[in-house]
Design a protein around this ligand. Structure first.
Ligand code: DQA
Length: 144
């Protein structure tokens, strides 16, 4: 089982970036927790972070076709990244959109996701544990 974990712009700054909003857990810690859980379940995780939409799209073109699941926090691309959305829409695998913060309690521009209509589901507001919950769901779904 191959799972892609995709982190969008500014998420490389987790730990330092507005910790009152996004928490103090770093991206490396999140990826390590995901990798540990995936390995225990016999799954492989490929992770990428980029501040450039095109780099995320290139990654999806290269790795998306045979993926069994995608966990993506598109960062601010969530709200306007139509090319990223189109790249996700090509995939057959289930896609879980994750947000550390509860975007619906924040500024109005964060209430719209252009990714949500092509995602299987969304987790928002549960901090870094949201990624692990997304992984748990994908593992269960594959077993079912
Ligand atoms: C975010 C929410 C987005 O609105 C924001 O631009 C981010 C992070 C989150 O994880 O809560 O970069 O996706």
């Amino acid at each position: 089982m191959k799972i892609l974990v995709i982190h969008g712009p500014n998420l490389n700054m987790l730990g330092r970036r507005e910790p009152e909003v996004y928490g103090r857990t770093t991206l490396d810690e999140i990826d390590a927790a995901l990798r540990k859980r995936a390995t225990a379940a016999g799954a492989t995780i490929l992770t990428v972070q980029s501040n450039h939409e095109g780099a995320l799209i290139d990654f999806l073109h290269a790795e998306g076709w045979d993926a069994d699941g995608v966990i993506i926090n598109p960062g601010a691309l969530t709200h306007y990244g139509l090319a990223l959305r189109d790249a996700l829409a090509m995939l057959k695998a289930p896609i879980i959109e994750v947000h550390l913060s509860n975007v619906y309690r924040r500024e109005p521009f964060r209430h719209t996701s252009v990714v949500a209509p092509v995602a299987t589901g969304q987790i928002a507001g549960l901090g870094w544990r949201g990624y692990l919950l997304a992984l748990e769901w994908l593992l269960e779904e594959k077993r079912a």
